[in-house]
Design a protein around this ligand. Structure first.
Ligand code: FAD
Length: 495
């Protein structure tokens, strides 16, 4: 193995994709995977890219769904993870589900057979040796404690979290502003705010009582035994607060003080749910202090009883899980390097993306960036209009840290259309020449966002360093993994 190899730590979805992308550029890779020498609380096999829970990569609809779009972009970028998923597909309607053992075997076999990839079964139990000048850390939500401690010491206190505490996130345009209103508590501007930063949803006493009852009765998800119970002050699930006393929420996240309902016929609110801007685009708002273990269906049912949220569309629902992740917007640069130690690049769920596909996509980007850096080529991130660019932008800066002096709010996120810059152009009319409305308009908007993304991605690929090199002339590039378009790939039928 040449001394100028790139080291990838973690042979999960992100690490394998990163290694594959690097090897595709003709660069040696050493992939360090600790299993089976040491395992995690959720992995069951020694296989690379093991799917720890569901066998679904979610929707494969590249015309109307953000994760389906991400699939298609990854295929166009020559993704190994998508190639293995397509080859191991099992019937699942519009979703891309896989035979998990076949999928993991396909990835493991490809890694083992690749002449430029060396797989070492060992734990990296601290910061990598100084002589490794280009490293990708892709150790996932269950990074081994020794490495997590070392990263925690390097990045500083509070920069590495061990649990996520996810509050639901709502698409701004689905909130009824004839009921809700913009105002910060006591009109305080605070650092970085304007005094009218929060969306407030008012509840009467009857509505509040019914809401508390629904939270207490609602169906909840239990913690796994290995997760422990990570309750600490400031991070209690709302249903636990509700159980502690009827007034607890009204003196916590739902306090009505310092807020004045401007709508003419509304009486003073007994309680208020506040939503805070979550991304710089202003398209997403999170429900402040609403981390919860309620089941997803229950969250939608109960939160839609909040005045102003009757039609709420959720970009993400709440949760509380064991999860190791960095405060990436603060710590990483635009190409996923750690500001404090640029030889270390991060990929996968440890960057604060969420999900198999998103983890692999961030691995794909990290691999490409690392390879470009090694070859002395410019590191150009994909446009933010693409699913890869939108996700990267969320991780490295698109997220709003805090408007006021509140707690840090960066939490793991799946890809969703709220992360994309809005589509500003007029949508085409319907078949009768009338303006689109309702669900037809929403679908047309998604189609337009997807079309724009794929056009911009193709331009980005076309401008990249591999654009003019024939596949067979690229060292280490398995022709089977060249961008799908160039192999006459026929897009699958959308369901
Ligand atoms: C319990 C649980 C269930 C989940 N269920 C789903 C789901 O159903 N659907 C979904 O889309 N997402 C799910 N996720 C979220 C997430 O997308 C997956 O965890 C995904 O596998 C993350 O990919 P990754 O490559 O970042 O990490 P992983 O796939 O976990 O890969 C990290 C690898 O690094 C190795 N490693 C860790 N520390 C070291 C070290 N110090 N040295 C060497 N190797 C190391 C691990 O053994 C592992 O193989 C789940 C997460 C958890 C924790």
């Amino acid at each position: 193995m040449k001394g100028d190899a790139i080291h990838v730590i973690g042979g999960g979805l992100a690490g394998c994709e990163a290694a594959w992308q690097i090897a595709a550029r003709g660069i040696h890779v050493v992939l360090h995977e600790m299993r089976p020498v040491r395992t995690t609380a959720v992995h069951k096999t020694p296989g690379l890219a093991e799917l720890v829970c569901s066998n679904s990569f979610r929707s494969d609809d590249r015309e109307h769904n953000a994760v389906g779009l991400l699939h298609e972009e990854m295929r166009r970028l020559g993704s190994l993870i998508m190639r293995a998923a397509d080859a191991s597909q099992v019937p699942a309607g519009g979703a891309l589900a896989v035979d998990r053992e076949g999928f993991s075997a396909a990835v493991s076999d490809t890694m083992a057979a690749h002449p430029l990839i060396e797989v070492r079964r060992e734990e990296i139990a601290g910061l990598p040796p100084d002589e490794w000048d280009c490293v990708i850390v892709a150790t996932g939500p269950l990074t081994s404690p020794a490495l997590a401690d070392a990263i925690g010491r390097l990045t500083g206190e509070n920069a590495l979290a061990f649990f996520d505490a996810i509050a639901p996130i709502v698409h701004r345009d689905s909130i009824d502003m004839s009921v809700a209103w913009f105002q910060s508590r006591y009109d305080k501007a605070g650092p970085g705010g304007t005094g009218v930063d929060y969306i407030n949803c008012p509840l009467t006493r009857e509505q509040y009582d019914a809401f508390v009852d629904a939270l207490i009765a609602g169906d909840k998800t239990a913690f796994h035994e290995w997760e422990g119970t990570p309750y600490f002050d400031g991070c209690l699930p709302i249903e636990v607060m509700a159980e502690r006393g009827r007034e607890t929420l009204r003196h916590g996240p739902m306090k009505p003080f310092g807020l004045t309902n401007p709508h003419p016929d509304m009486s003073k609110a007994y309680a208020v749910v506040q939503l805070r801007q979550d991304n710089r685009l202003g398209t997403l708002f999170n429900m402040v202090g609403f981390q919860t273990k309620l089941k997803h269906g229950e969250q939608v049912r109960i939160f839609r009883t909040i005045p102003g949220l009757a039609q709420a569309e959720f970009a993400r629902l709440g949760g509380l899980h064991r999860n190791t992740f960095l405060n990436a917007p603060r710590l990483l640069d635009k190409t996923l390097r750690l500001n404090a130690a640029p030889r270390l690049r991060f990929a996968g769920q440890i960057t604060g993306c969420e999900g198999y596909v998103e983890s692999a996509a961030v691995g794909l980007l990290a691999g490409r960036f690392a390879a470009a850096e090694k070859l002395g080529e410019p590191l150009t991130p994909p446009p933010t209009t693409t699913a890869h660019g939108a996700l990267l932008n969320h991780i490295t800066g698109g997220h709003v840290e805090t408007i006021d002096a509140g707690p840090r709010s960066y939490q793991p996120m799946n890809v969703n259309f709220g992360l994309f810059p809005p589509f500003d152009h007029a949508l085409p009319p319907d078949a009768d020449g009338k303006r689109l409305r309702g669900p037809a308009k929403a679908l047309a908007k998604k189609r337009a966002l997807c079309r724009r993304a794929l056009e911009d991605l193709d331009r980005w690929i076309g401008a990249g360093p591999l654009a003019h090199v024939p596949a067979k002339a690229r060292p280490g590039l398995d022709p089977g993994c060249a961008p799908a378009r160039r192999q006459g790939y026929a897009p699958r039928q959308e369901s």
